[in-house]
Design a protein around this ligand. Structure first.
Ligand code: DI6
Ligand code: FE
Length: 425
């Protein structure tokens, strides 16, 4: 039996700084939280347990990246250059670029190659404290390649100290072989691909890209009906480039989340509230495709719809491998507050995956998955742009990552040296 007490930390147990506990203690037995609270209230039974003094460092739950396309072949830097010369994301998609060009690269790559390239994108996320991540399919667009993507996603959870939740996104784009036959492709998605992949245990949720350059409301609803027949939860890429009414459809199917939402209207916000859906905002995509339509933050606040943030890591609209960077973008571009973005990558993000019971919050009986930060205030997590801030990443009570030592000075690099030095011993 493993027993350990983490002492003298500033604890933010659920992403809400107002719920923080100064000079806290956290007792962990066999990877599960046995007790947490103010150090002065620590029960005597824990006095003899081995302990680590965190010197006043801030501790939050491990982060949750609830919307990624992490597994894919190739990249789209050349299209990035095209856009710099004025081509829009939609124009590129209509010319056979965009998602379809990544489909070609993904179909051509074998599982080992996809695992290697996805690993290179996953490791920086784990190093900055991500303990749970959603990974979509959607670049195979045929059964064998969709299966390949989802198998790689499952393999990542076996190779790394991270929980992976897979989402089938067969309805991401129309593959070339179905050009002009979208309804026939939706037949393939609903009647062949989803049932086979669900039977193989590769699917935790189902998503659809409801958009002018994606699929219609009717086609999206057929995908949702197929998911419902398999008892799978749904989510949707909704209102990203236009108001299609996808969010209201997703709400009718009790979607876990609706994602992007730049063009969401008040009726859609109200429908989300009634359905208990999470609004997953993706500032990386907004920023990278130079969108100007902001998501309806004020309506989301007014209707008290939980807001989550995610990287949307994908080669076309958000080649991002930093969830902390999304905190900064969420604040600077969407004017979200520090409490909103911190909850957006902890408990609200966990809820968007239907796993609010396991991730995004620290409490007795929950897994001891947390991050020790090299910051003197939680606002620094949203303030710094592109700076590693995790002093120590802990999963099930065990340290799985510590910040590197400087190769030039031999010292730890951080903004809270004393706390960091202690936390790394
Ligand atoms: N919306 C997005 O921003 C990504 N997928 C989607 O439905 C972009 C995917 C890509 O361009 O590769
Ligand atoms: Fe996406």
């Amino acid at each position: 039996m493993s027993e350990h007490v983490w002492r003298h930390l500033n604890l933010c147990p659920n992403g809400d700084p107002d719920a923080s506990i100064e000079d806290a203690a956290l007792a962990v037995r066999d990877g599960t939280i046995a007790w947490l609270g103010a150090a002065r209230d620590l029960p005597r039974e824990f006095d003899a347990w081995p302990s680590t003094n965190l010197g006043g460092a801030w501790v939050t739950p491990s982060l949750v990246d609830c919307h990624t396309h992490l597994v894919f072949g190739g990249h789209r830097a050349d299209e990035f250059a095209l856009r710099l010369r004025g081509a829009s994301y939609e124009e590129i998609a209509r010319r056979g670029g965009g998602i379809v060009s990544t489909v070609r690269a993904t179909r051509a790559a074998d599982e080992d190659a996809l695992l290697a390239s996805a690993s290179a994108r996953l490791e920086p996320l784990i190093a900055e404290g991500v303990g749970a991540i959603e990974i979509k399919s959607g670049y195979g667009l045929e059964l064998e390649s969709e299966r390949k993507m989802l198998r790689v996603a499952r393999e990542l959870s076996r190779c790394y100290p991270v929980s992976v939740y897979t989402t089938f996104l067969g309805a991401h784009a129309l593959p070339p072989e179905f050009a002009g036959r979208a309804d026939a492709y939706i037949d393939e998605v609903c009647e062949r691909m989803l049932p086979a992949l669900a039977d193989e245990g590769l699917v935790d949720a189902v998503d659809v890209f409801c958009e002018r350059i994606g699929f219609t409301l009717a086609q999206s609803e057929r995908v949702f009906e197929a998911a419902q027949r398999r008892g799978l939860p749904v989510k949707m890429h909704a209102e990203q480039l236009s108001l299609m009414g996808g969010t209201a459809l997703a709400a009718r199917y009790r979607a876990l989340s609706a994602d992007h939402l730049e063009f969401l209207d008040e009726a859609g916000v109200q429908a989300m509230k009634e359905a208990g859906a999470v609004a997953v905002l993706l500032p990386g995509a907004y920023y990278f495709i130079r969108e100007t339509q902001l998501p309806p933050i004020e309506w989301l606040r007014r209707y008290d719809v939980p807001i989550a943030l995610a990287t949307d890591c994908n080669p076309g609209t958000s080649p991002a491998t930093s969830l902390l960077a999304m905190l900064n973008l969420g604040c600077t571009l969407f004017r979200l507050t520090v409490p909103e973005v911190l909850q957006g990558v902890t408990r609200h993000a966990a809820r968007a995956l239907g796993r609010g019971d396991r991730h995004g919050e620290l409490a007795p009986g929950r897994p001891a998955d947390f991050v020790v930060w090299s910051v003197s205030t939680l606002a620094e997590l949203a303030y710094w742009m592109g700076r590693p801030l995790a002093a120590r990443v802990v999963r099930a009570g065990a340290t799985v990552h510590t910040a590197p030592v400087s190769p030039w000075t031999g010292r730890f690099l951080d903004t809270c040296a004393e706390a960091f030095q202690r936390s790394a011993q």
